[in-house]
Design a protein. Structure first.
Lengths: 423, 425
């Protein structure tokens, strides 16, 4: 078990007045008996987990999907989701980690291995027999929307292959594993937008943000990844370059979650934090400084926007919505669903798949309610996009792809840059 | 940029935002979490005990006149006779939003409603579903609970009511009548009763239990989105008068009121920014330009022409304190009326009928509900305050919490809306 003090997160435990507002709004407790609700699994059970206890008293906390709705509605500022995450880490420390969860924590390695031969990897893993076996042997839900490896090569390979804009204005791009190996289009759209705005894009060496490991209670391994990213990114932060990310969950981990859960808060994490931006948040900041090119083309469509729990956890308002609202013709509909259900790696687990789909129903219903006019759906988190595609059979695109399309740089249907050759 | 930012989403914040939006203001609510409406019984207390908590009040609006004469700094005194109007407006609004409230049959009297332990609770307005619980009515009561439901024990309620001279008996029904879930809270039970089939099963069992002429008291879980249908279905199918007894939190009547008001706000274009704990502000001269809320990367700025604080008192989190005796207002660090020494916070006896001085601590305001300092000077030209953050009242002791929330929330929002916005750029 990680030996950090339980100070900052643990102290908020004392603020809990047991009002039950968190349990009232918990999307998981609403659909299953396996999770008694954040108050019980969090602040209540925490009293039995303090030092001196050998074993964690209650494994129901494993059914928390980490969406943080509890933190959001708590009137007293209790960091319930973090208390739960630490309790999960305690369970892993006590009992070891299931092989499946060990694999989930290493999605960067899986991405890399698969990307050597993506066609083969997709065929090998994404066929009904393999998925059936993966469920039986490993407990990986066979219908869950696990992404396919990109067959157009990794984002990093593309980035290095193409001639890049040079400029005095520089910005660092954190792409995250999913953009690199599964959805390079998102990264291409980001680079296109940044260069369109006159910025030279730097893509430094970087590694997994550690979210899958934090979610699965592997704190010591997560700490290694976090410290490695600090070492790789801090020199750029110290040169005054903004570091922007298109994965809202990676940015959340790098900026706050890892520090909080692992109890690593120091001058370095603070310097890195102040340089890090969510892409839409950074564009909104340009807008507020009157530096954003707002010469958007008309995008005539209805666009349901699912506000992912990770975007809400940033507490930065609705930057994607603020920027999208400038695009002429675009009818953005903001949803109020609490969570898509997939929540990191939660919905990939066989024993949790049905729960995840029930939780997601609220978001699916919202998307369906927008009717056939809504062909495309957007959300800041790749996880939510995959789950919404799975649950609604509509196309999902990242907000940065919408912006790129509005600048005339990107084809939303074919999901590629206008400048890319037809394959 | 919005005209008015309301900080806080309790009853005060919701009603203030509604009032200002109705007056044509662009309004946004900024709130740390969801409001205290989830904790309260859903009824509107105006004045339950005065001058101390041994003296129940029968005619609150008349008694308020006594109160304002002897306590000229009490929020009710500042309202200057607008309380009946505020209550009337609120009652009209509840009709409009499909969650009607009413008072005692003899208008102007307090209702006496049973609490979840069977104590008599003086309140002025209550949702229709609670009205038949009035303890001055004569029909005997059958209190029915669900076995396994926490914090609602019909035998305890009936016994306490009997001790107070009421005719009451208790019964239990199995919980699986309305849910298949093992462990479930009041709000989830209420959602279960949105289902007409579940209601019918419950009605059939109640019908077997009820004796002619009895009114039936149930925990306040009778539907949430379909509450009105749930009430009328049950009464029709059972053929008896049914009333709800509010439960410990989460309180479904409070959640219904929150949902109904937030629905109105949505239609009026009012955004509610939740999980936005205010951690800083920027003022120039006597004007607040923006407030900042805590966020993962950098504080989020919220600019507006005017700001209305509805952050609550010590329980609500609008006022904080530490062990050294420091007490402060959390958003704008406004001057507070508070006992100078920590030793003066409490009286010697825990249940002192006069309450404890610290609970009267808060922000002093002028007649426009704008915060003032110890010398009586207005602190900022574009700031208002309402609700439990106000000093010189002890709403828990007086049972005046929601009355103060509504009347001061409406008054402060009106004053703020009437002041022309001066650009803060």
């Amino acid at each position: 078990m990680h030996t950090a003090s339980w100070h900052s997160v643990g102290m908020t435990l004392d603020e809990c007045i047991k009002c039950n507002i968190c349990t009232t709004y918990c999307p998981v407790a609403a659909v299953t008996d396996k999770f008694p609700g954040p108050k019980y699994a969090g602040p209540q059970a925490q009293r039995f987990r303090e030092c001196g206890q050998l074993k964690s008293p209650d494994i129901s906390v494993d059914y928390c999907c980490a969406c943080r709705v509890c933190n959001e509605v708590c009137p007293s500022g209790v960091k319930i989701a973090e208390i739960n995450a630490r309790a999960k880490a305690q369970i892993v420390a006590d009992r070891g980690i299931p092989l499946r969860n060990w694999f989930f924590g290493r999605n960067e390695k899986l991405g890399k291995i698969g990307s050597y031969a993506p066609y083969l990897a997709n065929l090998g893993f994404h066929n009904p027999f393999s998925r059936y076996m993966a469920e039986k042997i490993m407990g990986v839900a066979r219908h869950a929307p696990i992404p396919r490896w990109s067959t157009e090569g990794s984002f990093e390979a593309w980035f290095r292959r193409m001639p890049r804009l040079k400029s005095d204005k520089k910005v660092v791009y954190f792409h995250g594993c999913s953009t690199n190996y599964y959805e390079p289009q998102v990264g291409k759209a980001a680079v296109a937008v940044l260069e369109h705005l006159g910025y030279e894009v730097i893509v430094p060496p970087q590694n997994c943000c550690a979210l899958p490991m934090l979610n699965n209670g592997e704190f010591p391994a997560a700490e290694k990844l976090f410290r490695s990213n600090i070492a790789k990114l801090l020199p750029y932060a110290d040169q005054g370059y903004p570091i922007v990310g298109t994965s809202v969950s990676c940015v959340l981990v790098l900026r706050e979650e890892a520090s909080e859960m692992l109890d690593i808060e120091n001058d370095q994490t603070r310097r890195l934090r102040s340089a890090l931006w969510d892409m839409s948040e950074w564009l909104r900041d340009l807008l507020e400084q009157d530096k954003l090119d707002t010469d958007f083309r008309e995008l005539k469509m209805v666009l349901p926007y699912h506000v992912s729990c990770q975007a809400r956890a940033h507490r930065m308002g609705r930057p994607s919505l603020d920027v999208m609202s400038l695009i002429p013709g675009l009818d953005v509909r903001e949803g109020s669903a609490r969570c898509c259900g997939l929540a990191g790696t939660y919905g990939y687990k066989a024993e949790k798949y049905d729960i995840a789909m029930k939780v997601g129903e609220e978001a699916f219903r919202f998307v369906r309610a927008q009717g056939d006019a809504a062909r495309i759906v957007t959300s800041d988190s790749e996880i939510c996009r995959w789950q919404l595609e799975h649950g609604t059979h509509k196309f999902c695109r990242a907000p940065i792809e919408i912006f790129a399309a509005a600048y005339g740089l990107y084809d939303l249907d074919k999901r590629r840059l206008i400048t890319e050759k037809q394959k | 940029m919005v005209d008015l930012i309301v900080v806080g989403a309790g009853l005060t914040g919701l009603i203030a935002a509604y009032t200002a939006a109705k007056m044509g203001q662009q309004v946004k609510i900024v709130t740390k979490g969801l409001g205290a409406t989830h904790w309260h019984a859903g009824s509107i207390d105006v004045l339950g005990y005065y001058p101390d908590d041994a003296m129940p009040v029968t005619r609150p609006l008349e008694m308020i006149q006594d109160l304002v004469r002897s306590q000229p700094r009490h929020p009710y005194a500042i309202l200057d006779g607008t309380i009946p109007d505020a209550l009337k407006n609120f009652a009209a609004l509840t009709q409009e939003i499909g969650l009607p409230y009413a008072g005692a049959a003899n208008f102007g009297d307090n209702l006496w409603l049973p609490s979840p332990v069977g104590a008599a609770r003086p309140t002025f307005l209550a949702p229709d579903a609670q009205l038949a619980g009035d303890l001055r009515r004569s029909e005997p009561m059958l209190i029915v609970g669900l076995r396994g439901m926490r914090d609602f024990y019909p035998a305890l309620i009936a016994e306490n009511l009997t001790k107070q001279g009421q005719r009451a008996r208790a019964a239990f029904l199995p919980r699986d009548l309305i849910t298949d879930r093992h462990d479930i809270n009041t709000v989830q039970l209420a959602y279960a009763l949105d289902d007409p089939a579940r209601r019918s099963k419950l009605a059939a069992e109640l019908k077997k239990l009820a004796q002619p002429g009895e009114r039936i008291g149930l925990p306040a879980i009778l539907g949430i989105d379909a509450h009105a249908a749930a009430m009328s279905d049950l009464q029709t199918q059972v053929g008896a008068t049914i009333f709800e007894i509010p439960t410990l939190s989460p309180s479904v009547p409070g959640v219904r009121l929150t949902n109904a008001l937030r629905n109105q706000l949505r239609q009026l274009g009012v955004r509610v920014e939740i999980n936005a704990a205010v951690i800083g502000f920027h003022a120039e001269g006597d004007r607040v330009l923006w407030i900042e809320s805590d966020a993962s990367g950098r504080p989020l700025k919220h600019r507006a022409g005017k700001f209305l604080l509805a952050t609550g008192g010590i329980l609500g989190g609008g006022i904080d304190s530490d062990h050294t005796g420091k007490v402060w207002e959390v958003v704008l660090n406004l001057p507070l009326a508070v006992p100078r020494e920590r030793g003066q916070w409490f009286r010697a006896r825990f249940f002192d009928p006069a309450g404890h001085p610290i609970f009267r601590a808060g922000v002093s305001v002028n007649r426009k509900f704008q915060p003032i300092d110890a010398q009586g000077a207005r602190v900022y030209v574009n700031v208002w305050a309402a609700g439990n953050i106000l000093a010189h009242a002890d709403p828990i002791l007086e049972r005046s919490l929601e009355g103060i929330a509504l009347a001061t929330g409406i008054a402060a929002a009106r004053n703020a809306s009437e002041q022309s916005t001066v650009s803060s750029e």
